[in-house]
Design a protein around this ligand. Structure first.
Ligand code: NAD
Length: 497
């Protein structure tokens, strides 16, 4: 019997006819959980065509009914949070608590989407001229598509399809081929919530399937989350094919530590923000910038990091899990080697990490570098592992200049007890999401997720008001109604005043 994960096309879970597939493995053991098929051209065509047909009726479903679908969906997600988290843990290696968080942050977006009527409201101005009113309202675009990365297989699909569908669009999701089981489970619950046939489709696969969506004439908008090179490719290709695009990309997030910060809080926050989820978070802190005397805390940070250990998802002692694949682990180990060769001081080396009972896991232990300078590869590139690099500067000005010169702009934070320092940092820093004594400042869904610079390509960010704008067009109507006895001749001029 086939071990293939089904596609979700035209309201049904179907076996793919493809003869190309990839094993999905448990990153702690290499056990094969299923095979993920690479959807065929015909399957892609069928999914987009079905989404186009569904759009014709879904766009006119009353907004309160669309909102009710989201209410039911969030209720089911909450009821199945632990089942989802277990699947997610198995295929990503995340600890159970972290997997529950992944699902929870997605549920919050569904709750937000349930408020869609107020979010889609337009504007009205009466009497823009004598007897004339102008009003605007928003309408859905059509078939939209989403392409998601491996590191949040519940949260990131939920950043996309609930808002797209609540606004009246239909949606084709291409999840990461590395952990595609969780998205299928989301679709099962969406069906149970009452989603009509065709409003959501799931096509599995890799680059070829993505390219087919980016160039497909039936797709109006592309929401992408992934690495910088792929984000650039997606942005260029899809905009060239006249699609609306939001492409969220990689990051290098700095935390600034002022000498007046609370030392305990700072060290604890640094541990979680750098090693949590094995450093595989786009908002992970990967650079700690110590200002002045705060650098004296580095040995204490090292000792605390040495006490952090990875482990399997169901171990209560595991602080974090394995890297997603052996290749991802080797990439991180390569960076650790590069750091040493570049002359940085490796204060804690996680290269040779073993976990009892799990000899085949993709483990990397916590790793800490000091004496890192901005010209080094380990500073310039996203490592995406439990590797923290430290840098020492004399002043807040220097810290701000260093961060502003960095190509990425996803998130940053400052730890301090000075309101004046925090205010200056918040104002002058060229990064889109700022934490003040908060290490990972991911905004809740009534705001938007606002990465800057190389970390984001596009105009409208995901979720919040900007997410609603991304999935809708604004129509502006200027209206005049004549009384039956109204008189007047032809008007040949454009009014200038
Ligand atoms: P990735 O870029 O390798 O893959 C992302 C998606 O693109 C997957 O669905 C994959 O199948 C597809 N893809 C891969 N190569 C492709 C190609 N050549 N052409 C077309 N499509 C292709 O990313 P990943 O390794 O799955 O995820 C980790 C990356 O995502 C990190 O860089 C991380 O910072 C980033 N990320 C960013 C955010 C954010 O909010 N900015 C959030 C999460 C993850």
């Amino acid at each position: 019997m086939s071990n293939n994960l089904p596609l979700f096309i035209d309201g049904e879970f179907v076996e793919s006819a493809s003869n190309e597939s990839l094993p999905v493995t448990n990153p702690a053991t290499q056990e094969v959980l299923c095979d993920v098929p690479y959807a065929t051209t015909q399957e892609i065509e069928r999914a987009v065509a079905s989404a186009a047909v569904a759009f014709e009726t879904w766009r006119d479903v009353p907004i309160s009914e669309r909102a009710r679908l989201m209410l039911k969906f969030q209720e089911l997600l909450k009821g199945h949070q632990d089942d989802l988290a277990k699947t997610l843990s198995l295929e990503t290696g995340k600890t159970f608590a972290d997997a529950q968080g992944d699902v929870w942050r997605g549920i919050e977006v569904v709750e937000h989407a349930a408020n869609i009527a107020s979010l889609m409201m337009g504007e009205t101005v009466g009497n823009v001229a004598r007897g004339i009113d102008t009003y605007s309202y928003t309408q859905p675009l059509g078939v939209c598509a989403g392409i998601t990365p491996f590191n949040f297989p519940a949260m990131i699909p939920l950043w996309m399809f609930p808002l797209a569908i609540a606004t009246g669009n239909t949606f084709v999701l291409k999840p990461s081929e590395q952990d595609p089981m969780t998205p299928n489970q989301l679709a099962e619950l969406f069906v149970e919530a009452g989603a009509p046939k065709g409003v959501l489709q799931i096509l599995h696969g890799g680059a070829t399937q993505v390219d087919a969506l980016l160039t497909h004439p039936g797709i109006k908008a592309i929401s992408f989350v992934g690495s910088v090179p792929v984000a650039r490719h997606v942005y260029r290709t899809a905009t060239e094919h006249l699609k609306r695009v939001q492409a969220l990309a990689g990051a290098k997030n700095h935390m600034v530590i002022m000498p007046d910060a609370n030392k305990n809080q700072t060290i604890n926050s640094l541990l979680g923000a750098s090693c949590g989820a094995a450093g595989q978070r786009c908002m992970a802190i990967s650079v700690a910038v110590f200002v002045g005397g705060a650098a004296a805390w580095i040995p204490e940070l090292r000792d605390a990091m040495a006490d952090v250990h990875p482990g399997p998802w169901d171990s209560p002692d595991a602080a974090y899990g394995p890297q997603i694949t052996p290749a991802a682990r080797d990439r991180v180990l390569g960076f650790i080697e590069t750091g040493k060769q570049e002359g940085a001081t490796c204060l804690l080396d996680g290269s040779d990490c073993a976990v009892d009972g799990y000899p085949d896991g993709n483990w990397v232990g916590p790793t800490l570098f000091s004496n890192v300078t901005p010209d080094m590869h380990i500073y310039q590139e996203e490592i995406f592992g439990p590797v923290l690099i430290t840098s020492e500067v004399d002043s807040l000005d220097e810290a701000i200049a260093m961060i502003n010169a960095n190509a990425y702009g996803n998130g940053t934070s400052i730890f301090t007890s000075s309101g004046a320092a925090a205010r200056r940092f918040q104002h002058e820093i060229e990064v889109g999401q700022v934490g003040i004594n908060v290490p990972i400042p991911v905004p809740l869904p009534f705001f938007s997720f606002t990465g800057w610079k190389q970390s984001f390509l596009g105009d409208q960010h995901v979720y919040g008001k900007q997410g609603v704008r991304f999935y809708t067009e604004t129509k502006t109507v200027t209206a005049r109604w004549f009384d039956d006895d109204a008189t007047g001749g032809p008007n040949m001029t454009i009014r200038v005043q």
